[in-house]
Design a protein around this ligand. Structure first.
Ligand code: PLP
Length: 460
């Protein structure tokens, strides 16, 4: 299948984009000499741009979102039918898809009980932070108000979530930030900070050092990605999560798991935290919840957290005083219900595990061939290859060369990603996150493109 747009259709669309659209994460000066890329249509993992050029998308819509692939008519139909029936009602009332999706979601999340709806990952995390602050105010005499976050993790674009950004360049120039967000060290063993055998436990103990420094009675929660996404596809070292949980339980610190990227199958289980036997208090999710067919995010809590907001006769401000206008749009949960059915009925968790193993095997084979690959890591269809200038010293590869690899793949019609200019000197990891429907052929085509690109850019 390919598109057949007339030349003047193309020039009109591209001109409109160039003149009026402010692209995300873009230096617009580039469009003085090159056309902006405008996508028109997608099916499965395939995309077509306004020139009719076909691509294989290995990043699920640019930012690991389209988990079930493009062109899903059943989601579009479910959304259409629901919008005609009832499109929206917000505030202190429910709607049918919101209730049914919450029930289905909780079935997949033993130990959790309540779903709070909003529209984006940033918002879902803001809600979690507000819950922690209100619990501190109501139940801890204003203590336990600080929130820990981890170096290299990312939680969103709002001022509150940027205050918890472990990627310093993302937060530069938008301050000042609210107080009480405290950074703990990352856990990437390839970029060792301690020379010890049990690295996972040591990296977790570093969190406890921060807790003791700040005072355990000041810390209410920690927010962590189960597998760090944009910070370089960081899978946790063995023993890390178990120790993190022990420490949090000991100091009565709530665990917030940011599943905005990992949620809904990306790692081969419904949620990334389930790969590591984590027992979270709050889980946030967004991107894959409806695979980009509608805007939806969720902040999911245990009954224990929910109970802390129950009305108390003497405390008229005890309830969670928060709302999200479009948290009342039915398109999100109805798309999410159908998205979940597809993942289940098509066996996409199993496919993700199998295809993820194949991707890692292919990347490891490339590492034998290309000395520029220093480390390969990943879980499910969420994989990364860290590029280095020198394997011995592990000096990161030049960011411009990393971007040249991404551009070379694009020229070959394969869209891959890389850590996004947010980490000082460490924007050197190629990132792969194709839709969970990827086949062996898709995976091989993606890694073959990387193979050729590494040869073209590094000559080895
Ligand atoms: N959390 C993580 C781990 C993310 O990767 C992102 C976005 O990439 C967010 C939160 C923010 O999500 P949103 O862009 O929907 O606000």
């Amino acid at each position: 299948m390919s598109l057949n747009l007339k030349q003047n259709d193309l020039s009109h669309v591209v001109a409109a984009d160039r003149e009026h659209v402010w692209h995300h994460l873009s230096q617009h000066k580039q469009y003085e000499t090159a056309d902006p890329r405008v996508f028109v249509e997608g099916r499965g993992l395939k995309l077509w741009d306004a020139n009719g050029k076909e691509y294989l998308d290995a990043v699920s819509g640019g930012v690991w979102t389209v988990n079930v692939g493009y062109g899903r008519e059943s989601i579009a139909n479910a959304v259409r039918d629901q919008l005609i029936k009832l499109n929206y009602y917000a505030g202190a009332a429910g709607n049918v898809p919101a209730a049914l999706f919450a029930q289905k979601l909780i079935e997949k999340m033993p130990g959790l009980a309540r779903v709070y709806y909003s529209n984006s990952g940033s918002e879902a995390n803001e809600k979690a932070f507000k819950m922690v602050r209100q619990i501190a105010a109501r139940h801890h005499n204003g203590k336990k108000w600080k929130i820990l976050y981890r170096e290299r993790d990312y939680h969103g674009t709002t001022i509150g979530t940027l205050a918890s950004s472990g990627q310093p360049q993302r937060a530069e120039q938008y301050g000042p930030y609210p107080d009480g967000f405290i950074m703990v060290p990352h856990c990437l063993e390839y970029r060792k900070q301690w020379d010890v055998e049990k690295y996972g436990e040591r990296a977790a103990d570093a969190i406890e050092e921060v807790i003791r420094r700040e005072g355990p009675d000041t810390i209410g929660a920690i927010i962590l990605e189960p597998v760090t996404a944009g910070g370089g596809v960081i899978t946790p070292p063995e023993g890390y999560w178990q120790r993190v949980q022990e420490i949090c339980r000991k100091h009565e610190i709530l665990i917030i798991i940011d599943e905005v990227v990992c949620g809904l199958g990306r790692t081969g289980s419904w949620f990334g935290y389930q790969q590591y036997d984590i027992k979270p208090d709050i889980v946030t999710m967004a991107k894959g919840v409806a695979s980009g067919y509608a805007a939806i995010s969720c902040t999911v809590t245990t009954e224990r957290v929910f109970e802390m907001f129950k009305d108390a006769p003497q405390d008229s401000m005890s309830y969670f005083r928060d709302i999200s206008t479009f948290g009342g749009c039915t398109a999100g949960p109805v798309a999410a219900l159908e998205n979940m059915r597809i993942i289940e009925d098509e066996g996409l968790l199993e496919n993700t595990t199998r295809m993820g193993e194949r991707t890692l095997a292919n990347l490891n084979a490339l590492m034998e061939k290309h000395s520029v690959i220093g480390d390969v890591r990943g879980k499910g269809l969420f994989c990364g290859a860290e590029l280095v200038a020198d394997r011995q010293s592990r000096e990161p590869a030049d960011e411009k060369l990393v971007q040249a690899v991404v551009a070379d793949c694009l020229g070959q019609g394969v869209i891959i990603g890389a850590t996004n200019r947010s980490l000082n000197g460490l924007n050197n990891t190629l990132c792969l996150s194709p839709a969970l429907v990827a086949t062996s052929n898709d995976v091989d085509r993606i890694t073959d493109a990387i193979d050729r690109a590494l040869t073209n850019v590094f000559g080895c």
